[in-house]
Design a protein around this ligand. Sequence first.
Ligand code: ZN
Length: 307
Amino acid sequence: MAMAMVSHLSLSSAAALRRQCPHALRTVWHRSSSQHWGGVKRQSSSATITQAALQIDLVPCLVDNYAYLLHDTASGTTGIVDPSASGPVIKALKEKGLTLDYILNTHHHWDHTGGNADLKKEYNAKVVGPRADQERIPGIDIALRDGETWMFGEQPMRVLDTPGHTRGHVSFYFEKNKSVFTGDTLFSIGCGRLFEGSPEQMWISLSKLAALPDDTLVYCGHEYTMSNAKFALTVEPQNGALQSRAQQVKELRQKGLPTIPTTMREEKEFNPFLRPFSAELRKSLKVATTASDIDAFAAVRAAKDRA
Ligand SMILES: [Zn+2]
């Protein structure tokens, strides 16, 4: 049931995306039914996830932020994505016997850059961030533009401009490693608030991310999955994939485990912000079947803002 839905909706999305942003997409969402997917092992916050020699550790910060410690084993390069504060990062580095080479910021908000100054001072680390927003990234050293590939040790990292939450927001895509760090653009079962962008901008940003391969692991900036699931069930109560995910999230959170990473394929199955074409969602939000995906997306965002 869920598979059939995915195939149908993925194809309609692909057509919609080609219409809306034909040049932004290198690939389109594709059928997942023919692809093998081995599933993702849910990890505790202290566990390490290694793919293609890039080790990734979740570093919980503040109340519900996640920073991510990256270590490229081939080159010994170490980085941290979106350090809210320096304390938890220094602790994680000490536990692993590592020092820090890079600080990677998806956007300028303090809960993603609060640790920059201390970490830079402590380790002489270089700050990497969006060129489009370089004046707001504290201590930036390396400003990267949309589509640029930068080497994190031996790991190619592609920068994707994903504005909407802020005007200069970027996501970091490690193609070899099949991982994307989405900051506050894409959450599991959710997306960021539109502080500085339009629904159209955010929909194009999310579409860029959704066009990444299905087995891309998604690492987002916050543990919001439980409340996101609650909202999503109000707009797509019959979505079987969403029902299963909501149950899984409940169990993980009861055990104090993170719900991250998730996968792009899963998000396309149950994230309402990637599903504005869903008939059930449109019916729930009283969006006409003839309305554009952008308008339907805007309705989902507005409903979540009111929730
Ligand atoms: Zn933010």
